[in-house]
Design a protein around this ligand. Structure first.
Ligand code: PRP
Ligand code: URA
Length: 209
């Protein structure tokens, strides 16, 4: 079973409070989502392998560590996942970015794919899937299925807020995938929105509706 890592950091908790607040407008919402994604990049990359290289400081020659091993890919689930890309890229500038377009059908609540463009060497990369909301888990489960169908074997899922229901769905469908969340909320409501949540992440990011 993959691990579930809930962020336990005062900066993330503080910023998440204002992300949740319905009086926070789109500009500030976008900035805060970007900042939390940047902070989460620190935790998500904690187990990246290192190797020694030789360098010369102004004082002496020495060995020092650099990141080695797998190349990274950042995969936002459109649309709302886009809000987390810049924050991740500010810490991981060499990562390639692939996009998976999914929306949740409001009637059936089932995810519908409308776009998929990935780095060509997706099977060689460690992929970080981004979506602010893990509600029923249907969208993230489908996105991870698409990535696996295209050869990906090393996948992490990064969300701002998750419902316990969504976590269970990913754990059952993709037990190899570690999940990183800023917060795990109480439940889903009758419309499959996360409670207390933050509302509709895509609409709040892009000022729609
Ligand atoms: C939202 C959210 C997730 C999905 C979560 O996207 O960004 O992708 O719902 O719900 P689930 O876990 O029940 O699948 P939405 O379908 O509203 O599309 P959008 O990002 O284009 O707004
Ligand atoms: N999608 C959202 O944007 N918010 C929710 O609470 C659930 C799904």
């Amino acid at each position: 079973m993959g691990k579930v890592v809930e962020m336990n950091h005062p900066l993330i908790k503080h910023k998440l409070t204002f992300i949740r607040d319905k009086n926070t407008g789109s500009k500030e919402f976008r900035e805060l989502v970007k900042e939390v994604a940047m902070l989460m990049a620190y935790e998500v990359t904690r187990d990246l392998p290192l190797r020694d290289i030789e360098i010369e400081t102004p004082i002496t020659k020495t060995k020092s560590e650099v990141i080695s091993g797998k190349k990274l890919g950042i995969i936002p689930i459109l649309r709302a996942g886009l809000g987390m890309v810049d924050g991740m890229l500010s810490i991981l500038p060499a990562a390639k970015v692939g996009h998976v377009g999914l929306y949740r059908d409001p009637e059936t609540l089932e995810p519908v794919e409308y776009y998929c463009k990935l780095p060509t060497d997706v099977e060689e990369r460690e992929l970080i899937v981004l979506d602010p909301m893990l509600a029923t888990g249907g969208s993230a489960k489908a996105a991870i299925n698409f990535l696996k169908d295209r050869g990906a074997t090393n996948i992490k899922l990064v969300c701002l807020i998750a419902a316990p229901e969504g976590i269970k769905v990913i754990e059952e469908a993709h037990p190899d995938v570690d999940i990183y969340v800023a917060a795990i909320d109480e439940k889903l409501n009758d419309h499959a929105y996360i409670v207390p949540g933050l509302g509709d992440a895509g609409d709040r990011l892009f000022g729609t509706k």
